[in-house]
Design a protein around this ligand. Structure first.
Ligand code: FES
Length: 68
């Protein structure tokens, strides 16, 4: 399923970027193009939601390392 039609970026591609360490919509855009540049921007809330969901299930240890 596409998250970003403008960039033809799928949910799997966006999730892979997040799993690989993207913590912002801009970093996701740099990774797979979703929500990047002159696109319509309709996907950005969905991308932010995916990032929040991913990191809400992660734990941060005492030195700031994030683990899933
Ligand atoms: S759907 Fe992502 S920029 Fe248009």
């Amino acid at each position: 399923m596409y998250v970003c039609i403008c960039a033809a970026a799928t949910e799997e591609q966006v999730q892979l970027c997040i799993t690989a360490g993207a913590q912002t919509a801009k970093q996701v855009a740099m990774g797979c193009g979703a929500g990047k540049g002159r696109g319509c921007g309709l996907c950005r809330d969905r991308i932010k939601s995916m990032i929040e969901n991913h990191f809400s299930s992660c734990e941060v240890d005492e030195v700031g390392q994030i683990s899933a």
